[in-house]
Design a protein around this ligand. Structure first.
Ligand code: GTP
Ligand code: MG
Length: 149
């Protein structure tokens, strides 16, 4: 089913927000399929953000993503892409609603703590970039009857 690639950016790791952020996705009810702490090579950051290559902030963005370890995750479930974007909040943290991750934890677009795929297609594309073809774990969550009617 649908997958979102979600990544805690270096500022989120440095600021000790990893546990809180993972907890929000767990409690929402999505299934964790992949998880790792990762020092991003420049080529991987460039591939991930290739659609933004012409933007003036692109070099700073790639530098930011590579500036320290990130936490790479894949979350699966019905509607997970749009739901993750809601949990994350608007790109500019000053416009993000309180209660969202960026709304609660950030003030600048260039230090906005977390990434989430913007479409199911990009969920697949980004999962392939960061986890390859064998990086995910297949497992059966015992909570399913309590989450799905
Ligand atoms: P992601 O989930 O990280 O992809 O964010 P998004 O989908 O909300 O925004 P978008 O894909 O348009 O931009 C990707 C990332 O580039 C943002 O999350 C920001 O970290 C960064 N970014 C976007 N716009 C700006 C900008 O105007 N200035 C700077 N410095 N960074 C920006
Ligand atoms: Mg984006």
């Amino acid at each position: 089913s649908e997958m979102s690639y979600v990544m805690i950016k270096p500022d989120g790791v440095q600021r000790g927000l990893v546990g809180d952020i993972i907890s929000r996705f767990e409690r929402k009810g999505f299934q964790l399929k992949g998880l790792k702490l990762y020092q991003t090579p420049q080529a991987v950051a460039e591939e991930h953000y290739k659609d933004l290559k012409e933007k003036p902030f692109y070099p700073a963005l790639v530098g930011y993503i590579c500036s320290g370890p990130v936490v790479c995750m894949v979350w699966e479930g019905k509607g997970v892409v749009a739901s993750a974007r809601k949990l994350i909040g608007a790109t500019n943290p000053l416009a993000s609603e309180p209660g969202t991750i960026r709304g609660d934890f950030a003030i600048e677009v260039g230090r906005n703590v977390i990434h989430g795929s913007d479409s199911p297609e990009n969920g697949e594309r980004e999962t392939a970039i960061w986890f390859g073809s064998e990086g995910l774990v297949e497992w059966t969550p015992t909570m399913t009857p309590w989450l799905k009617e």
